[in-house]
Design a protein around this ligand. Sequence first.
Ligand code: ZN
Length: 180
Amino acid sequence: MLLRWVPAHRGYEGNEKADSLAKKGSKNIDSNAVSLPIPKVIGNSALRRRTTRKTETSWNKLPPSHTKRMWRNKFTKEIPKLNRGNLRRATQFLTGHAALNYHLNKYKPDKISPTCPHCLAEEETVGHFMGQCPKWSAQRSALFDSFYLSASDIVDNFTLTEILHYINDTRRLADDHSRT
Ligand SMILES: [Zn+2]
């Protein structure tokens, strides 16, 4: 599949240029979403200073304002570049409606406990999964340079691609067959 997303504000003129860019890009853009090398973490030191901060409890309970608080304008440029699987997982992360036990419990209260199946210590909310569950501390250390983070630490300091890199490494939201 050829992805021909070219941002208008870059001012490329004519289809010819756009086409050759798209041809070049078809190698890069599609693979960007999944196979980027671990990017240099921006603002590491600032992040380290703040990682002792407790997770905001409000984030864990996911009030309706979740999406608004998760969204950063920098994500706008990344969304069109995501493949279908990554877009699905990004949506779960950004809306808070993730296929995690805390949320699945709402649909199947008799069958699924809201408790995290990995550590059994807390409810498996998006906040727990992303920033707190000890099961994924190694992935966090590698990708976020910290074992435990708050939600705002994550969305403030990392790109959507980096966040997806974490999500994909855990395979916890690999709820479909299109992990491409
Ligand atoms: Zn856990």
